[in-house]
Design a protein around this ligand. Sequence first.
Ligand code: SF4
Length: 93
Amino acid sequence: MPTLKRIVKEASGQDISRCQACLDCDVSCPEDIDIPIGSMVQMVMFDDEEVLSCRTLWSDCVLNKARLACSRGIDIHAVMLVLRQEAHQRDLV
Ligand code: SF4
């Protein structure tokens, strides 16, 4: 099975390895977040499947604010859509 990082790269063009774990990507959806967005991106980097079921990934509030959240230009909105699709394919939701 390809890694989550590769799946994201192929489906969205977003290169997760550019993430510096700076955690600048805060969005104001406090009730929807169990894992900070930056940590969610890092979980993809380390191919941690738990990311596919975290509350943050399934928050529409986060999704709607994620496109410009990364100071390094990673489109987290696009990344989240790929991860959601992957969760469905793995029958995790
Ligand atoms: S702002 Fe971008 S580079 Fe920094 S932790 Fe968030 S996703 Fe990674």
